[in-house]
Design a protein around this ligand. Structure first.
Ligand code: AHM
Ligand code: MG
Length: 336
């Protein structure tokens, strides 16, 4: 009797990471999986808070504005502190950078063991929190650089995105899904609420090379560069042949759809915001790493996102990300 299994194995994210480490990095110490464990723990706690929003007092604004001048929501703070408390106690994390913190949190600058730098947007899409629309967490992991003098913390942090050793996001939606890459493909896990574990749902995700969906806040049309306006005229023309528009207003959610279904997401510069709105270090870089690992592409309109050398902690960047053919097409109009 054939006793081989017809269905895929049930695997948690921890098992998956350890398994891939054994194959691709047999000499790994396991400290990286220890670090990712802190991220998964924090996002499970955040998912629980998000699910109970409305029942417990976590909705609404704190009345403060963050370093970006944006309204701070209570859940933003809960998410930020949850990640900080979870990661901050892992002995291999030296520096943490958050969208919600003005300055980096330096935990162990001089401790050689604490070689990881974790950068994150604790709760992306916060204007959607109060209205039950999908929101997410984005994270990027760098390693401390060699030969940097003591006190030069920013030299460790301001590294181009191609130096990321891992990146990922979690989307809190109809289900909670985590996607991550360490540079050998993109893997997705769905949180099983019954057992409190992320279970493997898609291995080696490939972004469709084309996709007839464009995603942009078109209300800013008159503020966009002329080339982007021309693309937006083309995409609605008969010649384009039937594109659809989807814009959720949560980057993680718009990106997640683009990753799975193809298409393009754009947040171009505007005359009011010449660098766009999105942040390079903990929004654009991690998603660009994932997009490229899935066969997609990400640019700021001039250069590959992952090649940009950051000059400031909360630096913004224009972003065009998605299926290769669709990003190329936007560029052909932008620079015509
Ligand atoms: P946030 O980090 O304060 O939530 O802001 C980032 C969000 C992204 O999730 C989203 O893509 C963008 O802002 C939407 O901006 P806009 O309202 O200008 O379209
Ligand atoms: Mg954000």
């Amino acid at each position: 009797m054939d006793r081989s299994l017809a269905t895929p194995a049930i695997k948690t994210i921890q098992q998956h990471i350890l398994e891939r480490q054994r194959v691709h990095h047999p000499d790994a110490t396991g400290e990286f999986s220890w670090l990712l464990g802190a991220v998964t723990l924090a996002t499970k706690i955040i998912a629980d808070q998000v699910r109970r929003a409305g029942l417990v007092d976590v909705l609404g604004s704190t009345g403060d504005t963050n370093v970006q001048g944006e309204d701070v929501q209570k859940l933003d703070i809960i998410a930020n502190e949850t990640i900080a408390r979870s990661l901050g106690y892992r002995d291999n994390v030296g520096i943490m950078v958050s969208e919600e913190d003005d300055e980096p949190r330096i935990l162990k600058e001089l401790d050689a063991q604490a070689r990881y730098i974790v950068l994150f947007d604790p709760l992306d899409g916060s204007s959607n929190i109060d209205v039950n629309v999908s929101i997410g967490t984005i994270f990027s992991i760098l390693q401390r650089r060699e030969g940097v003098a003591a006190g030069k913390v920013m030299d460790h942090i301001l590294q181009p995105g191609y130096r990321q050793i891992a990146a990922g996001y979690v989307i809190y939606s109809s289900s909670t899904v985590m996607a991550y890459t360490t540079g050998d493909g993109v893997h997705m896990f769905t949180l099983d609420p019954a057992i409190g574990a992320y279970r493997l749902s898609r291995e080696g995700v490939v972004m469709p090379p084309v996709g007839k969906t464009y995603s942009i806040n078109e209300a800013y049309y008159s503020l966009f560069p002329g080339g982007v306006q021309k693309y937006l005229e083309w995409v609605k023309s008969d010649e384009a042949g039937g594109y659809g528009l989807r814009y959720i207003g949560s980057l993680v959610a718009d990106f997640h759809r683009t990753l799975l279904k193809g298409g393009v997401f754009l947040y171009p510069p505007t005359t009011n915001a010449p660098q766009g709105k999105l942040r390079l270090l903990y929004e654009a870089n991690p998603l660009a790493f994932i997009a490229e690992q899935a066969g997609g592409m990400a640019t700021d309109g001039r250069q590959r996102i992952l090649d940009k050398t950051p000059t400031a902690l909360h630096e913004r960047t224009p972003l065009v990300i998605g299926s290769k053919a669709e990003v190329d097409r936007v560029m052909s109009f932008w620079h015509a």
